[in-house]
Write a protein that binds this ligand. Structure first.
Ligand SMILES: Cc1cc2nc3c(=O)[nH]c(=O)nc-3n(C[C@H](O)[C@H](O)[C@H](O)COP(=O)(O)O)c2cc1C
Length: 179
């Protein structure tokens, strides 16, 4: 699949087939993350691959607890029901000194992973984890000096979606030579 075609057709998948993802495919998407650029090539990222249903359930509970009842995720389905969750972490002290580029670095690596997954016919969904970071760190044994930047749900899609359409037009978001 061409890169632009992957960008155009990738969508957030929130319902997954409950079949495992082949180890070779998991390694391939992690390799795509590994090859991402980072400030000063410092590669401050660490990735935790979660396949254990018990660990996923703990993450789901942590996310649910922090949400007001009216926007709580469904107890079945939703991104945390994916067979694999990849937790994108950063070690800021490994990052380009005096900056918080570690957030950007991990985000770039995760989006590489997302696009590589789509080429492998695997769906993904970004999961923002900022509110429950301390809880997620506790569940996963992530040390103090590391941060969770985001998680990515990964698995075979159990839903079909058309290509991306709901974006602002270029005319609204692009300026030439000055704001
Ligand atoms: C940083 C970030 C955090 C996100 N967090 C969540 C999340 O917690 N739960 C969720 O269902 N989707 C989450 N999303 C997915 C967005 O809602 C989705 O990308 C957006 O609505 C556009 O839809 P599309 O990905 O299908 O094109 C997140 C996306 C990004 C980039």
């Amino acid at each position: 699949m061409e890169v632009f075609e992957a960008i155009r057709t990738r969508r957030s998948i929130r319902n997954y087939e409950q079949k495992p993802v082949e180890e070779g495919k998991v390694r391939k998407v992690l390799e795509a993350a590994r090859l991402a650029p980072s400030a000063g090539n410092r590669q401050p990222w660490r990735f935790i691959v979660i396949t254990d249903p018990k660990v996923k359930e703990k993450l789901r509970e942590a996310k649910e607890k922090r949400m007001p009842p009216h926007i709580r995720p469904p107890s079945r389905g939703g991104p945390l029901s994916a067979p694999v969750i990849i937790v994108g972490c950063a070690v800021p002290s490994d990052s380009f000194p005096g900056t918080d580029f570690w957030k950007i670095d991990v985000a770039i690596a995760l989006q590489n992973l997302v696009l590589a997954a789509w080429e492998e016919e695997l769906g993904t969904c970004w999961i923002g984890v900022f509110h429950e970071e301390e809880e997620v760190k506790g569940i996963l044994g992530i040390p103090k000096e590391a941060h969770v930047v985001a998680m990515i749900a990964l698995g075979y899609p159990a839903e079909r979606k058309g290509p991306v359409t709901d974006r602002k037009p270029l005319e609204e978001i692009v300026r030439y030579n000055h704001w």
